[in-house]
Write a protein that binds this ligand. Structure first.
Ligand SMILES: Cc1cc2nc3c(=O)[nH]c(=O)nc-3n(C[C@H](O)[C@H](O)[C@H](O)COP(=O)(O)O)c2cc1C
Length: 189
């Protein structure tokens, strides 16, 4: 029987990073994988601000929330952005920019996993700090930040995060997320 793709199984949102730099060729391969994602009318709405040198890296680190202290060790921080007008905007309120950008991020994370790296997406940051630091214009959505780097020993992690490095993946059972051939209305979690 065919198995789940190895990189999909292996990818986890890990936090034990090492500060050692990521080779530029490897980083470029990761972004090449990201940009192979499908998008509505092939609009390719993703725009990445890659911070791997100071002062940019310092500014990106400064935008992270306290709970994401561990990401300050990562040698690469990516600011993932898009704009609604870079992608399909359909009359019935379907805007595909963030959806397509998310697919690109998945490609990025899977390639990073293939390269033996961690790539951890984060919502815990201040878009305003990034806007100010990098002069990101209004209308451009700052969707997520991603910490990329080599696995470390986790000595800097708090107890909760140390434990979560060793935890099994938690997922809802399939019958909670799939409805076969019939729709029952969704209820809030
Ligand atoms: C949009 C998004 C935002 C996230 N924000 C954070 C974050 O700010 N800090 C953090 O430690 N993890 C963050 N995560 C990681 C999730 O907590 C993690 O993916 C989830 O618990 C499932 O674990 P897994 O990725 O190891 O399977 C984020 C993930 C996504 C997709």
């Amino acid at each position: 029987m065919a198995e789940i793709i190895q990189e999909i199984q292996d990818r986890r949102a890990r936090r034990a990073y090492k500060e050692s730099p990521v080779d530029r060729a490897v980083t470029e391969r990761i972004f090449t994988a990201a940009t192979m994602a499908p998008s509505c009318s092939n609009k390719q709405p993703w725009r990445f601000l890659v911070c791997d040198k100071d002062p940019a890296l310092g500014k990106a680190r400064h935008a992270l929330n306290g709970g994401n202290y561990w990401a300050k060790v990562a040698p690469v921080l990516v600011v993932v952005t898009t704009r609604d007008d870079l992608d399909c905007q359909l009359d019935d309120d379907r805007n595909y920019a963030q959806f397509d950008t998310g697919m690109a991020v998945m490609g990025l994370m899977l390639q990073a996993t293939r390269e033996g790296l961690f790539a951890h997406p984060m919502a815990g940051f201040s878009p305003e700090k990034l806007r100010e630091a990098f002069h990101i214009e209004e209308g451009t959505r700052v969707v997520t930040m991603i910490a990329i780097g080599h696995p470390g020993d986790g000595a800097n992690l708090n107890e909760k995060h140390s434990e979560s490095e060793r935890s099994a993946r938690e997922r809802k059972p399939l019958d909670e997320v799939i409805q076969w051939n019939h729709w029952s209305q969704l209820t809030p979690d």
